[in-house]
Write a protein that binds this ligand. Structure first.
Ligand code: 2HA
Ligand code: ZN
Length: 275
């Protein structure tokens, strides 16, 4: 089968384009990666190269040794993924030690995998373990409302989680574990990857102050939906704070506890503090 005919490729392209249409990917902003299933990689094996040079990842992800990923390219625009996926994305293979990668397909006009490859792969490693292998998608975007909130809310997991939960009743059901926040750091390297993947042990969402958001999920629908839900909630919060900073009424800690019972989710009490 041709890579471009594979269902995982079609899902990846659709998600990248949906993110572009949401306005989350100015210029080359954001990146997306998918851990390809064994049977999916076997189905496209005939089109894969196995002679490209090995390159350093910039960190080590030993539990991902031998895995294949579909990733967006560094400097490529989400806007162009739907037009030319073969130039804007790549399939990469990791070596057995999980310290090097090589390009097996894509980046037709040259280039490298996403500049955030260390964060993507360290998040994949953590989430693969934490989810018993279910999580396969890591997504980084620059949604404006979440970024705006990192200038006006304390950069604390408890505050962001609680404020976002309060803005839409579905939120504690969609991200019951909450969200983590990383203070401003230089992007692209190992340090921010270590900080982000530490949060991903507990959460499916990590917010990068004054930069954007990382989310993790099982498939394209769940992962895109998670980004969308968090950003929608942030948009409501920006509107509320703009109209009147002191809410007249809201969803209370007891309301959240009642919701948790009916929707069969566990909501950590650390987010249900009295204000
Ligand atoms: O330009 O979003 O964080 C890609 C990015 C880097
Ligand atoms: Zn970014």
């Amino acid at each position: 089968m041709k890579v471009l005919d594979a269902q995982f490729m079609k899902g990846f392209i659709r998600m990248a384009n949906d993110g572009w249409e949401q306005g989350w990917h100015e210029r080359n902003g954001g990146n997306l990666s998918y851990r390809i299933k064994k049977e999916e990689i076997e189905a496209v094996r005939g089109e894969l190269k196995a002679d490209a040079p090995w390159q350093p990842i910039g960190t080590s992800v030993p539990k991902l040794g031998g895995e294949y990923f579909l990733v967006t390219g560094s400097g490529k625009y989400f806007r162009n993924v739907i037009l030319d996926p073969e130039d804007t994305t790549a399939i990469i293979e990791l070596d057995a030690a999980g310290t090097q990668y090589r390009i097996c397909w894509g980046l037709a006009g040259g280039g490298r995998p996403t500049s955030e490859l260390p964060s993507h792969l360290m998040n994949h490693e953590v989430k693969m373990e934490a989810s018993g292998g279910k999580h396969r998608v890591i997504y980084h975007a620059h949604p404006a409302n979440v970024i705006a909130l990192t200038f006006v809310l304390p950069l604390k997991d408890e505050v962001f989680t609680r404020e976002l939960w309060e803005m839409a009743t579905e939120c504690p059901v969609v991200f019951p574990d909450g969200v983590g926040v990383v203070g401003w750091m230089v992007p692209g390297g190992r340090d921010i990857a270590v900080a982000t993947s530490a949060l991903m042990k507990k959460y499916d969402v990590a917010i990068w102050a004054h930069h954007g958001m990382f989310v993790s999920g099982e498939d394209f629908d769940l992962t895109f939906g998670l980004m969308h839900t968090v950003e929608k909630s942030a948009e409501i919060l920006v509107k509320v704070l703009s109209v009147r900073p002191d809410k007249l009424q809201t969803i209370t800690p007891q309301n959240f506890r009642d919701l948790a019972v009916d929707f069969k989710v566990t909501l950590p009490e650390k987010f249900l503090y009295e204000k």
